[in-house]
Design a protein around this ligand. Structure first.
Ligand code: DHB
Ligand code: MG
Length: 221
């Protein structure tokens, strides 16, 4: 199988199952124009996040790593009336694009982007006594993934779902000798998940427009 096939199939699936979506297309165009890297989740992956949010009956969603707000739009659209999404973003420039895109999508009242180091924003949420989140999507700097999972455990409740993006990295995750800080972060996160009775987790490998990667899914017990 080649990247070209994966891309063609993703294009087919997007056309068959998603179709035209002006708000999402505008969010991608605005992000590209602002010079953001084109590494948002793909449309089919975004819809997976939407569907998981719906299935979880999520009323409160936390995202770590907003980029341009593309995945936030998909997830925020799954919220019921009165629901809330909080997305954390290090880069003020990215955060400004994410806020503009969420506003364009009509989601400015349900979705909030907080700028700063995620570790600081997460500590603030704990200090605020934030109501538990039903779903957490971790899509920020990969070396910090174990820390983000630890924070997520403090900010969720039994039954919550934690989703981690980019856990396969073109297969690099299987290299036990790797010195790549991202791979080390992902591998340590998996060790934590396997050893900790507070979590039940598995991972799925994915191919598509974003190449060969994967998601880890964790249920908080
Ligand atoms: C990168 C980061 C991501 O979150 C992603 O989905 C793909 C690539 C990166 O930093 O290269
Ligand atoms: Mg990602």
């Amino acid at each position: 199988m080649t990247q070209q096939q994966w891309t063609e199939v993703d294009a087919y699936l997007e056309q068959a199952l998603i179709g035209e979506d002006p708000a999402l297309a505008a969010a991608l165009a605005t992000s590209a124009k602002a010079g953001l890297p084109e590494i948002a989740v793909s449309p089919t992956q975004g819809k997976l996040l939407h569907l998981l949010s719906l299935t979880a009956g999520a009323r409160r969603i936390l995202e770590i790593g907003s980029l341009g707000g593309y995945s936030a739009i998909w997830m925020a659209r799954a919220l019921p009336a009165g629901g809330r999404l909080i997305s954390l973003e290090l880069s003020p420039a990215n955060a400004a694009v994410a806020r503009a895109n969420l506003h364009e999508a009509g989601l400015e009242k349900v979705a909030e982007v907080r700028t700063g180091r995620a570790a600081d924003s997460l500590a603030e949420l704990v200090d605020e006594g934030a109501e538990p989140f039903d779903l957490v999507f971790i899509d920020a700097d990969k070396p910090s993934i174990p820390d983000y999972v630890e924070w997520s455990l403090k900010l969720t409740k039994p039954g919550s779902l934690i989703i981690v993006d980019n856990v396969v990295r073109n297969g690099k995750v299987a290299d036990a000798e790797s010195t790549d800080a991202s791979v080390l972060g992902i591998r340590r996160m998996h060790e934590m998940v396997a050893a900790d009775p507070r979590m039940t987790g598995t991972a799925v490998q994915t191919v598509g427009t974003k190449g060969y990667d994967g998601f880890t899914l964790i249920r908080v017990n």
